[in-house]
Ligand binder design. Structure first.
Ligand SMILES: CC(C)(COP(=O)(O)OP(=O)(O)OC[C@H]1O[C@@H](n2cnc3c(N)ncnc32)[C@H](O)[C@@H]1OP(=O)(O)O)[C@@H](O)C(=O)NCCC(=O)NCCS
Length: 357
């Protein structure tokens, strides 16, 4: 455990098609006032025809690699967190691997619904800190618009599409991703699910008639569980990092519902000014919401080197988790792009120091 895992690159992609609450008023019996007051959502993005979870992942992943000044060929592992994969298999991560040309990388998907990205971070951190991997590309991506039931107004207004990615690298820095906690309660799985299409209910005329390929949810129950589980996970992750709540400069919660986010902040006595919220623009993009929010927080100057950041999520399963990290930011501009170049530069430095000039 000689090295730390730090985020050195980040990027996101959202589809260009913006769908406002007013647009939804034309297709379902709803109103901007209802959606805004119950959820905080004003608009969301839907993928265009031909756009999929893997194509959005690719765009976000490329940006994250560029920011990290890392070439795809130098990637060790690609993890895509998604509950709306292109296929049941092959994994969406494998589609990203080949499109990137990441020849050396292993690739797999993580399915923990909206907790997927935090789960991916926990796995990547473990791989990097153990020394078995030098870097990882962790992507959260969803195309939930394809699972919306336009006859169920309590769910179709909430979920949407997008992708966000981070590069995690080994570092000798004294800090990095300092904790990651994950929890689950499978007995609550039926509160939020897509029941059809797996082996229990393979696609059939019956599953179509029953609407089993759509997202179903018992919203009120989900709401109550969400607030408590996110607050608990936040406290646990902060304690695991040997920090206190007041040490956290920015909380980046899963963007499911503004009232849930406010409920978590209230329960923790954490000021909303230090909570990042962008749900008004994108709705609930499940595993993509935290990495998209992280990218926007960085772009808005809300993440400075050394800041302690809390990521916290909950989702179907039920699953929930949190991670505390110290923000590292970008590498110095002159950093060589490839691992080989970087290694040879380190050897040159060493030779310079050892040999008399
Ligand atoms: C979905 C949610 C917004 C519903 O809010 P709520 O205050 O619980 O509302 P209810 O379900 O009690 O419904 C209240 C009324 O609004 C109606 N309603 C539901 N959706 C509506 C919509 N889009 N537009 C207008 N009215 C709507 C209901 O039909 C109900 O009407 P009724 O009283 O005549 O039966 C809320 O439960 C929620 O956000 N839950 C968490 C969901 C979530 O974040 N899931 C993702 C987890 S990762």
């Amino acid at each position: 455990m000689g090295q730390n895992a730090v985020i050195t690159g980040w990027g996101y992609y959202v589809p260009s098609r913006v769908v406002t609450n007013a647009d939804l008023e034309k297709v379902v019996d709803t109103s901007d006032e209802w959606i805004t007051s119950r959820t905080g959502i004003k608009a969301r993005r839907y993928a265009a025809e031909g756009e999929t979870t893997s194509t959005m992942s690719l765009r976000a992943g490329r940006l994250a690699l560029e920011k990290a000044r890392l070439r795809p060929q130098d990637l060790d592992i690609i993890i895509v967190a998604t509950c709306s994969p292109d296929y049941i298999f092959p994994a969406t991560a494998c589609l990203v691997q080949t499109a990137l040309g990441a020849d050396r990388a292993g690739a797999f998907d993580v399915e923990a619904a909206c907790t997927g990205f935090v789960s991916g971070i926990a796995i990547a951190r473990g791989l990097v800190v153990s020394g078995s991997h030098q870097n990882a590309l962790v992507i959260g991506a969803e195309t939930l618009s394809r699972f919306l039931n336009w006859k169920d107004r309590s769910t179709c207004v909430l979920f949407a599409d997008g992708a966000g990615a981070v590069v995690i690298e080994a570092s000798n820095a004294s800090v990095g991703i300092e904790s990651a906690v994950l929890h689950s309660e499978g007995s609550k799985g039926e509160l939020l699910m897509v029941a059809g299409g797996g082996v229990r209910h393979p696609a059939s005329q019956k599953t179509l008639e029953l609407g089993q390929h759509f997202i179903t949810m018992q919203g009120g129950e989900v709401f109550k569980l969400a607030v408590k589980s996110m607050a608990d996970a936040a406290e646990e992750a902060i304690a695991d990092a040997n920090l206190r709540l007041e040490d956290i400069q920015l909380m980046i919660p899963h963007q499911a519902n503004l009232r849930i986010i406010e409920g978590v902040a209230k329960r923790l006595h954490f000021p909303m000014e230090r909570v990042f919220v962008n749900i008004q623009k994108y709705g609930n993009t499940s595993a993509a919401s935290i990495p998209i929010a992280l990218c926007e927080a960085a772009a808005e100057g809300r993440l400075r080197r050394g800041d302690k950041v809390l990521l916290v999520a909950f989702g179907g399963g039920f699953t929930w988790g949190a991670s505390v990290l110290e923000w590292f930011g970008e590498h110095e501009p002159g950093r060589p792009k490839s691992i080989v170049e970087r290694a040879s530069r380190r050897v040159e430095d060493l030779v310079d120091r050892v040999l008399p000039s």
